[in-house]
Design a protein around this ligand. Structure first.
Ligand SMILES: Cc1ncc(COP(=O)(O)O)c(C=O)c1O
Length: 570
């Protein structure tokens, strides 16, 4: 029986309204909306109001404040739960996104939110923000003279500056610097306990970050021997990004707490703060498989209390610094891509020669009784033979035949109930190539450099069964400039497009092809590439020399009124 299509099924297929796309919805008109406490705003109305003819980055400051508070509250609750009387301070890492307006929103979300910077230029940028008052600034990265000079100026301006020592060279630079006003010091330790995740290479023995065990001892000795002991307030360790495994987090927490305690016992008795870095994951695939901030904080704190089991009351940490970046920033930006062309891989008309018609008829009959993917593929490959590709006309007939046969092949796959669908199979490849006015290199570079998945969702006509799937190609002359991966969500039955492409599976997996409601109306419509707020603005490449997209800032007030503001250069 044909599946009844409704909004809930479409939301499930795209991951809308769940996990980290919980701020998105679909309204009765089939439009993708952004849901705020006070309003539900169709993205298509934002596009109209912005009045831009092409693609743009949509910025949603409201989400930055909401997510920052969420992280802070999760850690506060976890700290309370394990019975520690310690403060929780957020230090947002500027490398994740330095969009001025988004950072101002972060600053205004709470009077004690601070920043983490990794270079003198990032520090300069932070110091140029209004309303910074006496905020915390954690200065990480390689300590050049000019960086330390700027850090000292920040101390003099009464910011709470914590400089990390992540190498012996950092130690030498900091000891040799002629401080007139001294910052606090954090010992950044190498995270020996590798936490599995996308960036697990950033941790472990071979990580480029942090002091190795012997170096920690050397640094601690130098600090206690010199005049900087009382400035060493903090130990810091970063578990990597997109951290998924909660048991590894407990180990991480235990390790940093043990080292904290040991260093105190060895004479660094001004230590009172543990900086646990960033790492809270974003559920890019919408499968609900990632750790929530609450679970993340609870597991980490469970480990911390284990590591502090032997500590006396005076030795217990008075504060925790949390450097979460990705989780706070990812939903705050999305690329709104205008579709400027739609092409079909196969001809839109069936084969016309009697020979081709006969071939299709007999192959469709064979496909109907095929019993495996291998058999289906074998039948399709018989069309690729030389006779069908000698002349232009024979190529047209071959392509028209294949256009029909791939649909029959998919239909057979569905009848056979093969799930999850086979990967890298020609007959499941999207039929349509949709050109978007954007560059993958400028807008979602992590798609290429770390194989990061980003959800792509149409903005309108989200009603009924999706017609088919597409590849979203960009405007660069680079074959890597496309995004076509799509995460098939878990469901106890396989939903299909009108042309029999699987949209769900019993075992979530990444397939190829973005579901699209209609093909006819696609040109000049828009899709969004969501969750692009973290790292994509800061790590870009100039492939094709395309200009960066303009930004449109969407602001909402408590009474539900909203406005858009176009920033031409972001
Ligand atoms: C030292 C440090 N702190 C914080 C972060 C932010 O991590 P995330 O964005 O995964 O929260 C990073 C990024 O890898 C980092 O290197």
């Amino acid at each position: 029986m044909a599946e009844e299509w409704n909004t809930n099924l479409l939301a499930l297929v795209y991951g809308i309204g769940r996990g980290d796309l919980e701020f998105l919805g679909i309204n009765d008109a089939g439009q993708l909306t952004i849901q705020f406490e006070s309003a539900e705003i169709p993205i298509v109305r934002v596009i109209e109001k912005a009045g831009l003819s092409g693609s743009f980055n949509l910025r949603i400051p409201y989400l930055v404040a909401a997510r920052a508070r969420h992280v802070e509250e999760a850690f506060r609750a976890a700290v309370g739960k394990v019975g520690l009387a310690a403060t929780v301070l957020l230090a947002y890492p500027v490398k994740v996104s330095a969009h001025r307006l988004l950072l101002r929103t972060f600053l205004h979300a709470r009077s004690n939110y601070g920043f983490q910077v990794g270079s003198s230029n990032e520090l300069k940028f932070v110091l140029s923000l209004d309303g910074l008052d006496n905020r915390l600034i954690v200065c990480d990265g390689v300590k050049t003279r000019s960086y330390l000079h700027l850090a000292e100026r920040a101390v003099r301006k009464r910011y709470r500056v914590v400089i990390t020592i992540g190498s012996v060279a950092d130690l030498t630079a900091i000891v040799d610097y002629p401080w007139t006003t001294r910052p606090e010091i954090a010992l950044r330790l190498k995270a020996y306990s590798t936490v599995p995740g996308h960036w697990s290479h950033a941790t472990g023995r071979h990580s480029k970050f942090g002091l190795a065990a012997d170096e920690v001892k050397q640094v601690a000795q130098t600090l206690t021997d010199g005049s900087l002991t009382d400035t060493a307030t903090t130990v810091m360790m970063h578990p990597g990004s997109q951290v998924q495994e909660t048991s590894a987090l407990a180990q991480f927490g235990e390790q940093i707490a043990r080292v904290y305690l040991e260093l105190r016992e060895q004479g660094l008795d001004s230590l009172q703060v543990i900086d646990i870095g960033g790492g809270i994951p974003v559920d890019y695939t919408g499968t609900g498989a990632t750790t929530t901030p609450e679970a993340y904080a609870e597991n980490l704190m469970r480990g911390v209390t284990e590591g502090l089991r032997e500590a006396s009351t005076e030795e217990l940490p008075r504060g925790f610094i949390v450097e979460s970046g990705r989780y706070i920033m990812a939903p705050s930006s999305m690329v709104v891509v205008k579709i400027i062309d739609v092409r079909s891989v196969y001809p839109s008309t069936p084969p016309t020669t009697p020979n081709a018609k006969r071939t299709v008829e007999s192959l469709v009959a064979r496909l109907r009784s095929a019993n495996s993917v291998k058999e289906i593929e074998g039948i399709l490959s018989s069309v690729e033979g030389e006779d069908h590709g000698r002349t232009l006309e024979s190529m047209v007939q071959r392509e028209a035949m294949l256009g029909m046969l791939v649909v029959a092949a998919r239909q057979r796959l569905a009848e056979l109930g093969i799930d999850p669908p086979p990967s890298n199979t020609e007959f499941l490849k999207p039929r349509y190539l949709v050109t978007g006015e954007f560059s993958v290199f400028n807008s979602i570079i992590d798609h290429l450099i770390v194989d990061q998945y980003f959800p792509v969702i149409p903005v309108t006509r989200l009603r009924g069964r999706p017609r088919s799937t597409v590849r979203l190609v960009d405007m660069t002359c680079d074959s890597d400039g496309e995004i076509s991966k799509f995460c098939l969500k878990k469901l106890d039955r396989v939903l299909l497009t009108e042309d029999f492409i699987p949209l769900t599976t019993r075992a979530p997996c990444i397939g190829e092809g973005i579901p699209i409601p209609e093909i006819k109306s696609l040109q000049n419509s828009h899709v969004v590439i969501a969750l692009t707020g973290a790292y994509q603005d800061t790590v870009i490449s100039g492939q094709g020399m395309f200009a960066r997209l303009p930004s449109v800032v969407l602001d909402v007030t408590d009474d539900g009124s909203w406005s858009v503001d176009v920033e031409r250069s972001s």
